[in-house]
Design a protein around this ligand. Structure first.
Ligand code: DOR
Ligand code: ZN
Length: 352
């Protein structure tokens, strides 16, 4: 008997679409399944002003229009918080409906984060204005101090930056982006409903053994880095718990294969094409298919104070593994699609 699952159309609350040729190559994979996505601003140069965000949003729509298949897809823009960001500019961009959130990258934490924040106190006036005007702060939650081990950087961020910020500015709505540890899960669970976390498909499907045992797998290298299995299990427990503070942010982050398969490979997993198949499989394996819709389609809109999508996505469980593209072309190069490390039997049948 075919098993079928109908859910409200999902959104992606954390997505890298890049720019130029790469944008043209990857945008359709997101628009095919997701109705809206929070678009990360870590371009070179970053999206720092309202004008930048308007222009980038236009480029995204243009790239989408070049594809034959038409999809309703709304990019929800963000601004990249720098130490030069002026509070009134952020407030105006939000008031004008141009942005849905502001992104804080600790300087040096990840791809194109050099213009990020070196010290949280330097951006307090902006954060205070955001709290006053109900603007969401998305945080890359890792410290960058060289003496802190890469596997401990999320925990250190919670202790050093996030917990004190919650004390000084409890009204600020914060998303701890791509949470990767049980410490992060515990912290979010200890907070009221104006604090949430996104979780990626790859951190649900994999742990650091997948990346490092039997050979190094550069396509599993991402930031925050994959953690040990017990953290992976804590993330699965949170995602399948029905707790509205946890929702999907794919962190789909395309890099060409040659920049990942390198002596100094880039961080990022390109998972947009098979995120929904991966999640349906993981939730099915955990006997939690009834919690999938909350995670992918209901909790995010609730936190961002937006309506749930009208369209419904139908997923079907096949008897044979789903065949999906393992790479996509990007100019003369290609981008490798996320390998979830197991056969996937769920496929997206339709959106209507
Ligand atoms: O793995 C990652 N890739 N993590 C990030 O935080 C950034 C992203 C990118 O932009 O490549
Ligand atoms: Zn990201």
């Amino acid at each position: 008997m075919t098993q079928q699952l109908v859910i409200a159309q999902p959104d992606d609350w954390h997505l890298h679409l890049r720019d130029g040729e790469m944008l043209e190559s990857v945008v359709a994979a997101s628009a095919r399944h997701f109705r809206r996505a929070i678009i990360m601003p870590n371009l070179v140069p970053p999206v720092v002003t309202e004008k930048d965000a308007v222009a980038y949003s236009k480029r995204i729509n243009q790239a989408l229009n070049q594809h034959a298949a038409k999809h309703d897809f709304t990019p929800l823009m963000t601004l990249y918080l720098t130490e030069q960001t002026v509070a009134t500019d952020v407030v105006n961009a939000a008031k004008n409906g141009v942005i849905s959130a502001v992104k804080l990258y600790p300087a040096g934490a990840t791809t194109n984060s050099a213009s990020g924040v070196t010290e949280i106190n330097k951006v307090m006036p902006v954060l205070e204005a955001m709290a006053e005007h109900n603007i969401v702060l998305c945080m890359h939650g890792e410290v960058t101090r060289s003496e802190v081990d890469i596997f401990d950087r999320e925990q250190a961020f919670i202790d050093d930056v996030l917990a004190p910020l919650r004390e000084t500015l409890p009204e600020l709505r914060i998303v701890l982006e791509h949470v990767t540890t049980s410490d992060g899960v515990d912290f979010v669970q200890s907070q009221p409903s104006n604090m949430a976390a996104t979780i990626t498909p790859h951190h649900l499907a994999l742990n650091r053994n997948h990346m490092l045992v039997g050979g190094i797998r550069p396509h599993y290298y991402c930031l925050p880095i994959l953690k040990r299995g017990d953290h992976q299990h804590a993330l699965m427990a949170a995602a399948t718990s029905g707790d509205a503070r946890f929702f999907l942010g794919t962190d789909s982050a395309p890099h060409t294969a040659n920049t990942k398969e390198s002596a100094c490979g880039c961080a990022g997993v390109f998972n947009s094409p098979n995120t929904m198949s991966t999640l349906a499989q993981l939730f099915d394996d955990a006997n939690a298919l009834d919690k999938l819709e909350g995670f992918t389609s209901l909790h995010g809109p609730k936190f961002y104070q937006l309506p749930v999508n009208d369209a419904k996505m139908t997923l079907i469980k096949q008897t044979e593994p789903v065949q999906y593209e393992t790479q996509i072309k990007a100019g003369d190069e290609h981008v490798v699609v996320f390998d979830p490390g197991q056969a996937l039997y769920w496929r997206v049948e339709s959106i209507a």
